[in-house]
Design a protein around this ligand. Sequence first.
Ligand code: 13P
Length: 254
Amino acid sequence: MSRRPLVAGNWKLHGDKVMVRGLTDAILDALTPEGVTEVAVLPPYPYLGQVQALLADSEVGDRLRLGAQNVSVHGEGAFTGEVSAAMLKEFGCEYVLVGHSERRALFAETDQLVADKFVAAQRFGLQPILCLGETLEQREDAITEAVIGRQLEAVVAQAGVAAFENAVVAYEPVWAIGTGQTASPEQAQAVHAFIRRTIADMDAKIGDCLRILYGGSVKPDNAVELFNQEDIDGGLIGGAALKASDFISICQAL
Ligand code: 13P
């Protein structure tokens, strides 16, 4: 089994052209051609073209992957405000987040919609990064596995387990996002192992190869401990992805 480690920076609703240039250039400067860790940035839609151009101009541009934070289930048509997977592909995206807890909670995205987005992304050759996570209340009620299992099964039912060969999963406990309170390495490892087992029970090889990222208050000082866990294959970074030195330290930790 060899799973290529991945660190993805989710910039959320942050940035302007100056920041995008500075952050992208700083990350590119830190990347070496022989590095083993895959690194990705997920800027807001309007900056995808800018990052794509910066990557094209850089000798190590192919070491930094580009992704988006959201995608439409629709290919084209009268869907004002939507952005399709084909459009993301044209702007150089390889990854797209689906099911981030902020989309689920603030934009009422259901398990079904998340599954449809997962399928739409793959139809145009994007790798979905499927986010799963429980709230604090659900953890305290000891239903973490039931919640994660339900979120995962909804996508398996729609896309099939084979689709996970070209997807990434991110475990992001809602209570750890932007709170400074990270899951302990043991708590994170337990859920990651559960996710891998759930997929491996359907297809052992796909379960074994599936990359599962941890997200939720990952910082340079807790990254090593988290990434040392057997089933943690990298990180989905929010706040710390906006500061080049922090993001680079996290990538180096992996
Ligand atoms: P923070 O790293 O700011 O907790 O955000 C995590 C996240 O939501 C990444 O998608």
